[in-house]
Design a protein around this ligand. Structure first.
Ligand code: FAD
Length: 463
């Protein structure tokens, strides 16, 4: 620890994945951190039971791993995660095809339980004497200029009380519907957009086999792409798979009865229905409601002493598996910038953070929308498969000079906006190569025709 580094008094709103990681990293740096969370402790038995329905697992990749490493938690998290080396595509006829994420070096992403990750992050933060954690404290009011926050404390037994705290730095990690962001938007020049997509999702489950093993190949992210919609499945440590159905909202609306659900799954996902079990599928489907998917953009990410991180700053649709990873990366970057500006007013550091993060946050929101089309539709198309093949050949040949988009986003720390620029450049090169090849092929064909015509002519003359 650098003894000369300024130690700040930091308040974090939201002890989800990003807020609790932030408390670990800031606490480790010697800052005085108070972490406030609106819900009760997720490690309590009651909360675990409640969390069951939303216990989705997540795909962890390079950016998330780098941030966990800074908190000293990468190895323990990876030891409780399942590697996924590629996509396993399930066709309607029941056949399967594996597409490795990185055919050259076989890099993997990791399926990890959200509940486990949140618990380990909170426990790690709490171990640090610089960090205090306060559950059942909901942020209800904030004054970013003064660094003043008001929380409503509820303990279930007595009437709620108000708790006012002051801080040199306020970090809003309070999720997609952030209360801190609401307060920030009252400031002039605060820009914000939110878009709900026309598709929603529902979680289902493929149970473990009787012997506790996975019912499908363990080390893959399974996809049933059906153009307009898709089913995906990520492995869990207990032998089950968490299955997520992404589909246009009106189609969910059409599936009202057991017959509707059975007919739909028999037509679209017969093999998955067999693995889930028809009775469980129908019961789960009819007792759940689809959840909506939102994409949020914000600019700037700071006001006064306050800054937004994670979903509060850039909620995105989940199709690139980058929401948490991008949120974790926010903390790495914020930490770096606070170090760089340690002798300056915090407002200056936050402006720098916002300037560097906004273009990349917007870029990953766009990429996440694009990847839905790739996952549910493009993976079925031969042009996409050919381009992917070429990309990985060129990557092998030219290394970092030609990194496929997925690898850049998932296995590197290249800023997201640069990943898009690199892909655009590759597309231009491909276009030129395509035109040049067309011209070359046309010239050769034309030349061939001329030679053939002359040959036929000479034969006629000879005759
Ligand atoms: P959250 O996890 O939402 O946490 C916010 C916390 O703030 C919560 O604990 C909440 O209770 C608390 N809070 C809210 N309001 C207040 C308040 N007023 N006062 C105090 N506390 C408050 N990302 C990936 O990287 N990989 C994946 O594979 C992936 N898969 C996904 C699949 C699905 C179906 C979905 C929906 C998302 C997925 N994501 C994935 C995205 C990921 O879940 C989010 O990006 C991540 O949870 C964001 O973390 P966060 O801490 O910013 O927000």
């Amino acid at each position: 620890l650098d003894n000369h580094q300024e130690k700040r008094k930091i308040v974090i709103a939201g002890a989800g994945l990003v807020g609790s990681l932030c408390a670990c990293i800031m606490g480790k740096k010697g800052h005085h951190v108070a972490l406030y969370e609106s819900r009760p402790d997720p490690r309590s038995e009651r909360e675990q039971a409640l969390a069951h329905g939303r216990s989705i697992n997540l795909a962890l990749s390079a950016r998330g791993r780098a941030a966990l490493a800074r908190a000293g938690l990468e190895d323990v998290v990876i030891s409780q995660a399942i590697s996924m080396r590629g996509r396993m595509i399930h066709s309607p006829d029941g056949s399967k095809k594996a597409i490795l994420y990185d055919p050259n070096t076989e890099q993997c992403i990791y399926s990890v339980s959200r509940q486990f990750l949140n618990e380990i992050l909170i426990s790690e933060a709490e171990k640090n004497p610089n960090v205090s954690v306060h559950f059942s404290h909901k942020l209800v009011d904030s004054r970013m200029d003064k660094g003043k926050l008001t929380f409503r404390k509820t303990d279930g037994n007595s009437a709620p009380t108000e708790v006012v705290v002051e801080s040199e730095l306020i970090i809003g990690a309070d999720g997609a519907h952030s209360a801190l962001r609401q307060a920030m938007l009252k400031q002039p020049m605060s820009n914000f957009s939110q878009t709900y997509i026309d598709h929603a999702y529902m979680e289902l489950k493929i149970p473990a086999k009787k012997n506790g093993q996975h019912a499908m190949d363990t080390h893959y992210l399974h996809i049933w792409p059906r153009n307009e919609f898709m089913l995906i499945a990520l492995p869990n440590l207990d032998g089950s798979f968490t299955v997520t159905l992404f589909m246009p909202i009106p189609i969910f609306g059409e599936l009202q009865t057991a017959d509707d659900v059975e007919t739909f799954f028999t037509r679209e996902f017969p093999d998955a229905m067999g693995l889930i079990g028809k009775e469980y599928l129908i019961k789960d489907f009819l007792s759940s409601r689809p959840s909506h998917l939102i994409s949020v953009k914000c600019n700037p990410l700071n006001a006064g002493k306050g800054v937004l991180v994670g979903d509060a700053a850039h909620a995105m649709v989940p199709f690139y598996g980058q929401g948490m990873n991008a949120g974790f990366e926010d903390i790495l970057i914020l930490d770096n910038i606070l170090d760089m500006y340690k002798n300056e007013p915090v407002e200056k550091a936050l402006t720098r953070f916002s300037q560097s993060r906004v273009p990349n946050a917007h870029a990953i929101c766009e990429l996440a929308l694009y990847n839905y089309v790739e996952m549910r539709c493009l993976v079925n198309q031969s042009a996409f498969i050919l381009r992917r093949f070429l990309d990985y050949r060129l990557h092998k040949l030219f290394g970092k000079k030609w990194t496929p988009l997925y690898n850049n986003v998932t296995f590197s720390l290249t800023p997201y906006a640069e990943c898009i620029q690199h892909k655009k450049w590759q597309d231009q090169v491909m276009k030129k190569v395509k035109y040049t090849s067309w011209i070359a092929v046309s010239l050769v064909t034309l030349g061939g025709l001329v030679v053939w015509r002359d040959f036929v002519h000479s034969r006629v003359h000879d005759a």
